[in-house]
Design a protein around this ligand. Structure first.
Ligand code: NAD
Ligand code: ZN
Ligand code: ZN
Length: 394
C-alpha cells in the first residue's frame, strides 16, 4: 500500500510499504478514506527527529471502512464505517474505565512514563503505524473504533478522531463560569474548534489570538472577538485585560504548544513581542532564538486571579522556568493533557447533524490525495494558501 513516511526533518514521502495484517484476534483492518493533518504532526516534522526512525508511518486522524475483522471481533463487520481515535486504548483497564483513555494502562509505554500509545507517533508512544496510509491495523476492534452512520460526507465525522474531542476537553477543562470569558491562544484547527465549541456551549465572551490573518478572519466570521498578536506586539496583555473588565479572562486555553517553537510563525511571534527567549532547560528542545513558552506565559499573565488555564497545545521536554510564584499567588488552576477521545464522543455525536452547529462540514480548507501529502505538510506548516485543516483522501 501507499503510506506517508518520515525520512528526516521536513522530509516526508509517500512510499510503498507492506499492507498491515491482523495480528491479534481483536484487530480490524480499516481502508482509510479520509485522514487529517494535525499540529501534532508538525512536531514530528520539525523538532522530534531524534525520536523517529526512517520509514515511520505518520498520521493519527483517520476514518474509513472496515475491510477485515479478526476472529474475536463481534462489534464490527466488514463494510462498517468507522472513525479511529488517536489514542490507542483498551477499553477495559482501570483508567479506561473512568474515562481516562489517554492514560490506558494496557497500551502505555511504562518505561517512558508517557500516556496511552498513539497512532502514528513513533517510538515516543508505542511505535504504532499511523493512519496517513491506504490501510490501517486497528487493535481493540470491539471497543476502540467509533461506528458512524453511512450517508453524510466523511468531513461530518472525521474530526471525532482528534479535533472535536480534544477541543471539547479543552473547553471542559477551562470550566468557564456562566456569563464568563475565555481567551483562546492559537487559532489553528484546535483553537478554532475550541472557540466554536465554547460559543456553542454558551460562553459569552470568546477572544481568539493568532498571527495569521486568514485564521483570525475565520474565527471572527463565527462570532469570536479576535486579536492579532503581530499587530499588538507586547501590548497584547493590556488589550486582553481591557476587554475583560480589567481583571483578565476567567479562563485561557493555550492551543499553541510547541508550535511556538521553531516555525516561521513562532519567529514572527518572537519578533512581534520582543520577548527574550527563556533560559531553556537542557534537552532536545534547546534550540536558540524562540520563546517557545510565550503562549503559556501570556496565559499566566492575563488569566484572572483564581482563573483556569487549560493547556491543550503540546509542550515537549522541560519547561523551565515556569513562574511558579505567579501561578501560586494568583491561585491559577492549571489543567492539561491528551484528549480522552472516547469519553467525549457521546457529548459530540448529537451535534454532528445536518444543522451542523460546529461547522464541521466546511471545516477543512483543503482535500488532497495522499500522493500530495508532502506538499500538504509544507503548506500546513508554513500556513500558505489559507491552509487551516487539511484532509488527505487516500
Ligand atoms: P497549529 O500549529 O495549526 O496551530 C497553532 C496556532 O498557534 C497557529 O495558528 C499559529 O499561528 C498560532 N500561534 C503561534 N504562536 C502563537 C502565539 N505566541 N500566540 C498565539 N498564537 C500563536 O496546530 P493545531 O492542529 O491547531 O494544534 C495546536 C496544538 O494542539 C499543537 O501543539 C498540537 O500538538 C496540540 N494538540 C493537542 C492534542 C491533545 O490531545 N491535547 C490533540 C491535538 C493537538
Ligand atoms: Zn491530531
Ligand atoms: Zn485501557
Amino acid at each position: 500500500m501507499k503510506a506517508l513516511t518520515w525520512h528526516g526533518r521536513r522530509d516526508v514521502r509517500v512510499d510503498t510499504v507492506p499492507d498491515p495484517v491482523i495480528t491479534e484476534p481483536t484487530d480490524v483492518i480499516v481502508r482509510v478514506t479520509s485522514t487529517g493533518l494535525c499540529g501534532s504532526d508538525l512536531h514530528l516534522y520539525e523538532v522530534l527527529g531524534p525520536f523517529l526512525d526512517e520509514g515511520d508511518i505518520l498520521g493519527h486522524e483517520p476514518m474509513g471502512v472496515v475491510e477485515e475483522v479478526g476472529s474475536a471481533v463481534t462489534a464490527l463487520s466488514v463494510g462498517d464505517r468507522v472513525v479511529v481515535p488517536f489514542n490507542v486504548s483498551c477499553g477495559t483497564c482501570a483508567m479506561c474505565g473512568q474515562g481516562l483513555q489517554s492514560q490506558c494502562e494496557t497500551t502505555q509505554v511504562r518505561s517512558q512514563g508517557s500516556g496511552a500509545a498513539l497512532f502514528g507517533y513513533t517510538k515516543l508512544y508505542g511505535q504504532v503505524p499511523g493512519g496517513q496510509a491506504e490501510y490501517l491495523r486497528v487493535p481493540f476492534g470491539n471497543t476502540l473504533p467509533i461506528k458512524v452512520p453511512d450517508g453524510p460526507p466523511d468531513d461530518r465525522f472525521v474530526y471525532l478522531s482528534d479535533v472535536l474531542p480534544t477541543s471539547w476537553q479543552a473547553v471542559e477543562y477551562a470550566a468557564v463560569p456562566p456569563g464568563g470569558s475565555l481567551v483562546v491562544l492559537g487559532l489553528g484547527p484546535i483553537g478554532d474548534m475550541c472557540a466554536r465549541i465554547a460559543r456553542h456551549r454558551g460562553v459569552e465572551t470568546v477572544i481568539g489570538v493568532d498571527l495569521v490573518p486568514e485564521r483570525l478572519e475565520r474565527a471572527a466570521a463565527r462570532g469570536v472577538d479576535t486579536l492579532n498578536l503581530r499587530a499588538l506586539g507586547s501590548g497584547i496583555a493590556d488589550e486582553i485585560r481591557s476587554r475583560t473588565g480589567g481583571r483578565g479572562p476567567d479562563a485561557v486555553i493555550d492551543a499553541v504548544g510547541m508550535e511556538a517553537h521553531g516555525s516561521p510563525v513562532a519567529e514572527l511571534a518572537q519578533k512581534a513581542t520582543g520577548l527574550l527567549p527563556d533560559r531553556m532547560a537542557a534537552g532536545f528542545m534547546k534550540t536558540a532564538g524562540v520563546d517557545r513558552l510565550h503562549a503559556l506565559r501570556l496565559a499566566i499573565d492575563v488569566v484572572r486571579r483564581g482563573g483556569t488555564i487549560s493547556v491543550v497545545g503540546v509542550y515537549g521536554g522541560m519547561a523551565d522556568p515556569l513562574p511558579m510564584l505567579t501561578l501560586f499567588d494568583k491561585q491559577i488552576q492549571l489543567r492539561m493533557g491528551q484528549a480522552n477521545v472516547l469519553r467525549w464522543v457521546p457529548d459530540i455525536l448529537p451535534l454532528l447533524t445536518d444543522d451542523d452547529p460546529l461547522g464541521v462540514d466546511d471545516f477543512a480548507t483543503h482535500h488532497l490525495p495522499l500522493s500530495e501529502a508532502p506538499a500538504a505538510y509544507e503548506m500546513f506548516q508554513k500556513k500558505r494558501d489559507g491552509a487551516v485543516k487539511v484532509l488527505l483522501r487516500p
